[in-house]
Design a protein around this ligand. Structure first.
Ligand code: SAM
Length: 286
């Protein structure tokens, strides 16, 4: 039975192993049974699933995942946690702990070696210092994933979900929305973690699309255009792209915008994926 979702148990384990929280690894452990249950149910984990957990910590969520899933593969960077996980996960024979940095781990190989090559469900309380790189890696790399359910800072979850025109809308909203449908499952207050973070968190579900919602000839080029136009937020799209080091000058962008029936002074913040796809294709052809 999962027994780690209580603060007293977490304190007991931490003291027993003389564990020191490492800020550089974004360690905020979950200490709320209700939230742990909510995450597993938001991910809709079943015995058919192979779950990839990023950063199991002392194994609190891993225990819940092991009970619900067919298999769990958990990648943890902090060497202090490896002997702890050995103890806390000893009742489960369907969990494999890998000691390593998830950003340097070959996830496809992991899936073939330990997960029967099945697409992963990724479930994680993500370390906040690499939230975006991890999400983008999961979406962009050819790691087959069925669903990604992650705890992130509330503000990041909201930014990912934003639509054109809002203040928080940015390159991350467009990049994620090209690959997956984002949905916030619940908001989680700081007192559900040890140590407490300074801000609210949110559980974010990302369901990857089988077919992208817009068609674009060169998605990589479109993302370069998107990043360039949001790098200089208050500038027009033409100035943003011209200053983005892509070898494209302002007049070219303005000509392309006019040919697409858009004003020369349009700003990136007001455009959606459909417009960025058209602009990228037209700039490539120009
Ligand atoms: N899952 C645990 C929980 O919810 O209680 C811990 C979550 S804590 C927010 C993030 C975890 O990710 C920590 O255990 C940390 O050591 C681990 N971590 C940080 N950077 C990592 C990396 N690059 N690769 C793998 N794990 C990492």
């Amino acid at each position: 039975m999962a027994d780690l979702g209580r603060p007293t148990k977490t304190v007991e384990i931490i003291q027993k192993y003389n564990f020191n929280f490492r800020k550089k690894f974004g360690q905020n452990f979950l200490i709320d049974e209700g939230i742990l249950e909510k995450i597993v149910s938001a991910a809709e984990v079943t015995k058919d699933d192979v779950v990839l957990e990023i950063g199991p910590g002392i194994g609190s969520m891993t225990q819940y995942l092991a009970e619900a899933a067919g298999k769990v593969i958990a990648v943890e960077i902090d060497d202090q946690l490896i002997p702890i996980l050995k103890e806390t996960l000893s009742p489960y024979d369907n969990v494999t702990v890998i000691h390593g940095d998830v950003m340097k781990t070959d996830l496809k190989k992991l899936s073939e070696e330990y997960g029967d090559g099945k697409p992963f469900k990724v479930v994680a309380n993500l370390p906040y210092y690499i939230t975006t790189p991890i999400i983008m890696r999961l979406l962009e790399d050819d790691v087959p994933t069925k669903r990604i359910t992650v705890m992130v800072q509330k503000e990041v979850a909201e930014r990912i979900k934003e639509k054109p025109g809002s203040k928080e809308y940015g390159a991350i909203s467009l990049s994620v929305q090209y690959y997956a449908k984002p949905e916030i499952a619940c908001i989680v207050p700081p007192n559900c973690f040890m140590p407490r973070p300074n801000v609210d968190s949110a559980v974010l579900n990302l369901d990857p699309y089988e077919t992208a919602p817009v068609s674009v000839k060169n998605p990589k080029f479109m993302f370069q255009i998107i990043r360039a136009s949001f790098n200089q937020r208050r500038k027009t799209l033409a100035n943003g792209i011209a200053g983005g080091g892509l070898g494209i000058d302002r007049l070219t962008v303005e000509e392309v915008l006019e040919s697409l029936g858009m004003p020369k002074t349009v700003r990136g913040e007001t455009l959606g994926l459909t417009e960025f796809a058209k602009i990228a294709d037209a700039l490539k052809e120009h």
